[in-house]
Every structure is written in C-alpha cells, then in structure tokens.
Design a protein around this ligand. Structure first.
Ligand SMILES: [Zn+2]
Length: 52
C-alpha cells in the first residue's frame, strides 16, 4: 500500500504545520490522532509510525 504516510508536515515560514490525515481504512472524516512517534486511528486501530 503506497500511502503517503510520511507527508504529514509542510514547512510554512519557520514552523511545522500539521496536515490532518484521514484514516486510509475508515476514509474521509476519520482523522488520525497524532502521538509522539506515530499516528493512530481511534476507530479501527490503524497505526502509522513516524519515520524520524
Ligand atoms: Zn480507521
């Protein structure tokens, strides 16, 4: 599955802006919750680990 799970941030000025990510399983409107090292979906349990 080639989801762009690492492209959560874009640089705006000198700050990182969080781009809300929909759960790839649940679809639009089900945003992943951000944790220190990963994103998780509270509905289905999908987890995407941050690369860094
Ligand atoms: Zn989900």
């Amino acid at each position: 599955m080639a989801t762009k799970i690492w492209n959560y941030y874009e640089i705006k000025g000198d700050s990182l802006v969080h781009l809300k990510k929909d759960c790839p399983r649940c679809g639009k409107g089900f945003f992943l919750a951000e944790h220190k090292d990963r994103f998780t979906c509270g509905k289905c349990g999908y987890t995407a680990f941050k690369k860094d």
